[in-house]
Ligand binder design. Structure first.
Ligand code: MIC
Ligand code: SF4
Length: 755
């Protein structure tokens, strides 16, 4: 049965007319991305053509998805918006707060005990405001969305950067911060700078060990972690047709790792098969009637250079399997060349864990391909050299995989099957096999491998690969193993070679599940009470941020000048801190503790200009706050890379940081800063980053005249009294400047509601 079929029919009923109109206005054939964007304008039928990379445009997304770690803050904000019900279909998925330790049943029970208060809060808020609720254990948000809610040609937003996964089913699905989701839940338009478009032409067909994952591992190498910023990546060509729907999901999913706004594929037979297998015949039938509108125009795909801002071509037939890492997802190495590189760089060759799962690669097909490798261990008498951990993507996948004997294959090898949840992918992993700080290597099928991400250990070298490659590497226990060319010695001392992986795209006997973990909300939630204990250390009701007095900001001090990579994991760490995602003051104690101080290359060790002493970042900042001294944070390129977590913007805001000045921003984080009323600014000359000293004082001498398209001037007064004047750029439009004036976008909504 399809959820929200009436909504989907309504979207489809308008699509053809809107796309035809858009084609006429734009004056040329359209990409799929443009078709979806132009058919979801909040003004209805398109009236103007937009300039890519320049115009801010208001959209009307069809649905919203939130996960437990971000939903808390999103819903705490929504509760202040003064609405009775969400304006568009919305779901909450409990997947981030379950720690992997002993295996699914025990881990789930522990999570239900320790995070009971948070799950109850989310369930009751969902029930009150008409939000669908997926219980802990139901699955990872993006797999559940792909299996239940995604539909070709639709547009959705989600409070998680990997919302983009739904591009695998032909959507434009975009990760946002909670405040953006609140706009749409409150019935307001959602604003986005009209993206640029990157076309990726896929030819050939993947063979042997090459998987869908390798496409995105290669694209990440080509575009790097910031090469997709401000862009939608649209995949097309014969090769695209040779990938399964969930394989396409994998590719779109990891588009988050190149900073892309989203990625998508045109509707094709693989999507139809997936819709039918997941009990959504009605959507498949509807989509079949609109086939031409749910993919790019033929002229576009025939001459992509004329229509995309950048075109990349990848031949799947010659693409080699890769492993990307460590510490960054764009450092790609073909399997087989990794041994040499690892030796040169001192990366441990011995592999301790092979982890299969995460929203990127936890589909039924993924499990079958990995299992086809794992089961060779038994047949070929190989004893796995690394530990195996598996997180199925959803209860539907798990139940079906168990029925079909796939989980048993792993269990027979001693693997631990963890809950259908994020687990180690987000540091929810109670790992006991290495000592704190011990240098070691793991391989996983996840998407991110930033320092400390999986287990909190900065010396864990994590490499990203396809599930089948992870299985092969884990069997061998070595990073330099190349299953295509190398052999392994089995328990009888014989040399054996692994056969190529075999996958089953969709379960032959169909998907099956007993309890999918879904709770529908009440039709009328007005009587539902939301309980928040005033003494809770997990949930704290929000206090509005103070408005800006409209004056120049003078006398600000430097909190930290961050060196190099500063992702949202560095700004607001996950793992053990996920438990405070609903309590702004408590979670603020992790503010920027992972960022490297450019003056001493240490983390969480900055100089206080009040005491002259070095101390932890949150503690130092709390002193500035207590004394009413404003501060700034300075950063490098792609600041705020990674997650959509708005805590990375709200914590500095809560603690009294006023501006974040960097060489460049990741998209979601820049918007999150704006939404929370912060100043997110970029150096006009990126070398000015080098002028910033530890004891500097900052005067924003023309902030009073803050206006769209007008750069700001920063006077930097150094310790010896000398001054530099630095030009700072910004991308605030008038409406966004008003968020700064009012203190936050939420304050603005509240004001409008009162008016
Ligand atoms: C992630 O993969 O980093 C997360 C955890 O899913 C985040 C969301 C969060 O921080 O809660 C994301 O990708 O947006
Ligand atoms: Fe969860 Fe990892 Fe996916 Fe984020 S990337 S949603 S933590 S599985």
């Amino acid at each position: 049965m399809a959820f929200d079929i009436d909504m989907i029919k309504a979207v489809y009923s308008k699509m053809a007319k809107r796309v035809d109109k858009a084609r006429q206005i734009v004056g040329k054939p359209l990409t799929l991305s443009e078709k979806i964007l132009y058919s979801h304008l909040s003004e209805g039928e398109p009236k103007n053509a937009f300039t890519r990379g320049k115009d801010y445009v208001e959209f009307e997304p069809d649905r919203i998805a939130c996960q437990d770690a971000t939903a808390q803050m999103a819903l705490l904000q929504f509760m202040q918006a003064g609405k009775d019900k969400v304006a568009v279909p919305t779901t909450v998925h409990c997947d981030h707060l379950i720690q992997a330790k002993q295996g699914a049943a025990k881990d789930l029970q522990r999570a239900n005990e320790t995070s009971n208060e948070v799950f109850d809060f989310l369930e009751s808020v969902s029930n009150k405001y008409g939000i669908g609720f997926w219980k802990p254990g139901a699955g990872i948000i993006h797999q559940v969305v792909l299996e239940n809610y995604a539909f070709p040609g639709g547009m959705m937003i989600g409070t998680d950067s990997h919302t983009v996964n739904a591009g695998g089913l032909g959507m434009v699905a975009i990760g946002v911060g909670g405040a953006d989701a609140v706009d749409v839940m409150a019935g307001m338009p959602w604003e986005l700078k009209f993206p640029k478009l990157i076309g990726v032409k896929l030819t050939g067909s993947p063979k042997g060990w090459t998987a869908a994952k390798d496409v995105i591992l290669k694209v990440a190498e080509i575009l790097t972690v910031k090469g997709g910023t401000g862009c939608i990546v649209e995949y097309f060509g014969e090769g695209a047709k040779n990938l399964s729907c969930t394989g396409k999901g994998t590719i779109c999913n990891m588009g988050a790792e190149i900073g892309a706004t989203t990625s998508t594929f045109g509707y094709d037979d693989s999507m139809e098969r997936f819709l039918r297998a997941t009990d959504r015949n009605e959507i498949a039938d509807e989509a079949n009637n609109l086939r031409d509108y749910l993919t790019g125009d033929p002229e576009v795909y025939a001459n992509p250079d004329d229509y995309f801002d950048q075109v990349i071509e990848i031949d799947l037939s010659t693409l080699r399997p890769h492993l990307n890492g460590p510490f960054t997802p764009d450092l790609a190495t073909p399997v087989g060349e990794l041994g040499e590189k690892a030796k040169k760089n001192g990366w441990p060759i011995k592999v301790d864990w092979g982890l299969i799962g995460s929203c990127t690669n936890s589909s039924y097909e993924d499990l079958t391909r990995a299992a086809s490798i794992a089961e060779q261990a038994v047949n070929k008498k190989l004893k796995p050299k690394s530990d195996f951990g598996i997180n199925p993507g959803s209860e539907q996948i798990r139940f079906t995989a168990e029925r079909d004997g796939l989980l048993k294959v792993f269990e027979d090898l001693g693997a631990t099957v963890f809950t259908n949840a994020c687990g180690p992918c987000i540091g929810q992993w109670d790992r006991s096999d290495v000592k704190e700080g011990e240098k070691n290597t793991i391989v996983h099928s996840f998407n991110r491998n930033f320092s400390k991400r999986a287990d909190g250990n900065p010396n864990t070298h994590a490499f990203v690969g396809s599930p089948e490659m992870v299985a092969a590497i884990a069997l061998s226990g070595r990073l330099d193993f190349d299953p295509i060319n190398d052999t392994l010695i089995n328990e009888e001392g014989e040399e054996v070679k692994l056969d190529m992986p075999q996958g089953i795209e969709l379960p032959e006997k169909g998907f099956e599940v007993e309890d999918n973990g879904y709770l529908a909300p009440k039709e009328d939630g007005s009587s539902v009470e939301i309980k928040v204990d005033a003494n809770s250390n997990r949930i704290q009701l929000l206090e509005p941020f103070q408005p800006w007095d409209g004056e120049n900001l003078m006398g600000a001090k430097l909190l930290i000048k961050a060196h190099g990579k500063c992702t949202t994991d560095h700004i607001s760490m996950a793992g053990p801190w996920l438990k405070y995602r609903g309590h702004l003051d408590n979670i603020s104690d992790n503010c920027l503790i992972g960022a490297v101080n450019a003056f001493n290359m240490k983390t969480n060790f900055v100089k206080s200009q009040i005491t002259g002493k070095y101390d932890a970042v949150p503690k130092t900042q709390r002193q500035y706050k207590a004394e009413g001294i404003p501060t700034v944070v300075v950063g490098d390129h792609n600041y705020g890379e990674g997650s959509s977590r708005e805590h990375a913007a709200m914590e500095p805001r809560h603690l009294g940081v006023r501006a974040v000045i960097v060489k460049s921003f990741a998209r979601i984080h820049e918007t999150n800063l704006k939404k929370q009323g912060m100043l997110g600014l970029t150096f006009d000359n990126e070398n000015d980053y080098d002028l910033i000293q530890e004891d500097d004082t900052f005067n924003f001498i023309d902030l009073k005249d803050f206006a769209e398209d007008k750069p700001l001037t920063l006077e930097v007064v150094h310790h010896d009294g000398s001054k530099d004047h630095i030009k700072l750029n910004h991308t605030y439009n008038e409406a966004q400047i008003n968020w700064v004036r009012e203190g936050s976008a939420l304050n603005m909504i509240k004001k409008q509601n009162k008016a």
